[in-house]
Design a binder for this molecule. Structure first.
Ligand code: SOE
Length: 393
């Protein structure tokens, strides 16, 4: 039996469920150098936290994350709370010598993200690892896209189109939740979904954004208060039954263009107002020798265009990314037996455990998370300047 790696998970909403599943499943499919143990689930409400711990398989529950940091038998702190508490918990955990995984976006502000990256750099000197949870890069088709681009399969990158489309806010009576409150979430769809496409576009192209020009819009500025406070609402949660409404203090739609370091341009669109699109993260990267195109709603496939093939045979090929040669797949099912949304989280847990055991920096690091935060901040600052808008006529 390998040495245990004991986890404390802080938060038990939507991401709490996803991370719990990952910790439970990762050691059952991957041969891990350390044995993750679901030691402690931490939440604000004792009863709800205990219920979630029982359901998901955590050994204990508690309402005090600080106490978890004092415990010698906790090795990892996994943070899945709203962005407002990421910095405080992560910095304290790193200073206490715990390895940390933190959900995206890393923080609510660049200042917080910078303090977190500094704490991670300090902790790294003592062999303590920190990673930010951009899980989509760990879906086999997305990793495969990265590998193809890095291996030169599409030649020089010429253009990037990225969008992340959901529709749970189209209904003006969808309830208010922390994701719609600036003091808890920092920003709206920009940080929630925009952060994902920034990370994925940079990861797949191997380039970083150097400048952006953006626009943000809030289309529904008040929403019914949820029936139970603290609910991880939105995302298909129940409709509120009361008539009281609270203010929406974040953006509903975020659009921006970005210029990568080498001059390549990309368009980015993040919205929760795209009727009919449930979880459509799409990324298309065009190059001189081909193109790759990924769609999260069809996540077992990657489209690849070979621009070097004879002209009469050119066309997008739909690669089913379920072969044992594809990233992560050999631990799972025979070819064609698909994977799903949750597997990105399982792969994240696997990669994190390997990095901790090997004493190596897992990617994306807190420094990478800080860079994404800087992009988000630049989009917000650009959007605040009305000068980009030029009246027609
Ligand atoms: C978590 O990674 C997350 O970004 C959520 O916060 C979004 O709301 C979700 O829909 C995609 O995943």
């Amino acid at each position: 039996m390998n040495k245990p790696l004991r986890i404390a998970l802080v938060g038990h909403g939507f991401m709490g469920a996803a991370h719990s599943q990952a910790w439970r499943v990762a050691p059952r499919f991957f041969d891990l150098p350390l044995q993750p143990e679901m030691a402690l689930l931490v939440g604000r409400d004792a009863e709800r936290t205990a219920a979630a711990a029982g359901k998901w398989g955590w050994q204990e529950s508690s309402t005090d994350w600080r106490q978890a940091l004092e415990r010698e038998d906790i090795d990892v702190v996994d943070i899945v709370t709203p962005g407002a508490s990421h910095a405080e918990i992560a910095i304290a955990a790193l200073d206490a010598g715990k390895h940390v995984i933190c959900e995206k976006p890393l923080a609510n502000t660049v200042e917080e993200a910078r303090a977190m990256a500094d704490a991670a750099a300090r902790a790294a000197r003592d062999g303590i690892q920190a990673m930010v949870g951009f899980t989509y890069r760990r879906l086999p088709a997305a990793t495969h896209a990265h590998n193809l681009v890095a291996g030169g399969a599409i030649g020089d990158v010429r253009q990037v189109r990225a969008s992340y489309l959901q529709d749970w806010l189209v209904d003006q009576d969808a309830p208010l939740s922390w994701r719609l409150e600036a003091d808890k979430a920092g920003s709206g769809v920009l940080g929630d979904l925009g952060a994902h496409i920034i990370d994925l576009a940079q990861y797949v192209t191997g380039r970083r954004l150097a400048e952006v020009s953006g626009t943000l819009e809030t289309l529904v500025d008040s929403r019914p208060l949820p029936d139970s406070s603290g609910a991880d609402g939105g995302l298909g949660g129940p409709r509120a039954t009361g008539t009281d409404r609270g203010a929406v203090t974040v953006d509903d739609v975020a659009l921006f263009t970005g210029r990568f370091e080498d001059g390549v341009l990309g368009t980015f669109e993040a919205t929760r107002m795209a009727t009919g699109r449930k979880n459509a993260l799409r990324l298309e990267v065009s190059g001189t020798a081909g193109a790759v195109s990924f769609d999260l709603e069809d996540l077992n496939f990657l489209e690849f265009y070979d621009f070097t093939a004879p002209v009469d045979r050119q066309g997008f090929t739909r690669i089913m990314v379920t072969e044992p040669v594809h990233p992560y797949v050999d631990a799972w099912w025979p070819a064609g037996h698909s994977l799903g949304y949750e597997h990105g989280f399982v792969h994240q847990a696997r990669d994190f455990v390997e990095a901790v055991a090997g004493g190596t920096q897992p990617a994306p690091s807190f420094a990478d998370g800080l860079q994404v935060q800087e992009v988000l901040d630049s989009v917000s600052r650009s959007a605040a300047k009305s000068s980009i808008w030029t009246p027609v006529g």
